[in-house]
Design a protein around this ligand. Sequence first.
Ligand code: PBG
Length: 337
Amino acid sequence: MTQEFKLDLPVRPRRLRRTPALRAMVEETVLRPADFIAPLFVIDGKGAPEPVASMPGVSRFNIADLVKECRALHKLGVQAVALFPKFDAKLKNAEGSRALDADGLILRAIRAVKRAVPGLVVMTDIALDPFTSHGHDGVLNAAGDDVENDRTVGILREMAVLHAQAGVDVVAPSDMMDGRIGAIREALDAAGLTGTGIMAYSAKFNSAYYGPFRDAVGSASAAGTRLLSKATYQLDPANRRESLVEATLDLAEGADIVMVKPAGPYLDIIREVRDATATPLAAYQVSGEYAQIHAAAKLGWLDYARCRHESLLAIKRAGADLILTYFAKEMAQLLRR
Ligand code: PBG
């Protein structure tokens, strides 16, 4: 027999966890469809959606299917999409010249989506990796051993202006070149596109969690190696303060929204940037974060729905206002009920 034992406790935090109603009343973080930005992959032609093997439930869409998907997302309360193109290897070259095509895939996709769903915020990726044969986010220097900063920024400026002229609401430079936010802002303003926003991938880490995305856009195999290193431009995962250096620069250069990426393994960085600025903060729950929840659930080792929800809650709780996530549609469906 255990002895009767009573604590004399005036404060018992469990009192507010006693019933579902009490728990709902003191819930501090609530997810809503408008928190999510849905990343979508676009392909040319009229083919059927192409599933991405390492990202269950994610497919690359032709423009007509993309439009349908955007309409469905908007109906569910998702307010923004982020578009990423995928090209055949034979259309790529070292300079990524397709990025500046006058009638390129992404420009046609922007126009089609804005025409069909004008109320939806369309964002596009500004970086050269879907277009370069080596898979880097920029063009290489003469020695071919590193990405050349300023020449890359010159190309990204032109790319951003093309996207803005096609009607994109927000351009999102993900390349991590120095000085690109200011250069792009200046180019947009000079072209009279003062209303086009910039969401800066400010603290984008050199992460292994991008693996499945590189399958999706075909930038991993482009170089003939899966070990493509972006260490000379993306942040070192060991660094925290450096994220503040980057975010501060991007804000001074005119970023409207700053971003931390990946999200789940970088919650401390999200909080750090949140505390340092009043500007809206986005976080990108990347392909690897999505894939690992799917993989573990498939093995029966994790509860899919609960982990999905908890992973997003944690990102918002850490301080993100907006979350780029491949769960956007499922979550919006769930939250609308
Ligand atoms: C590259 C880019 C990457 C992602 C978005 N834009 C990958 C990379 O830097 O190689 C990753 C997104 C994801 O993993 O979901 N411009």
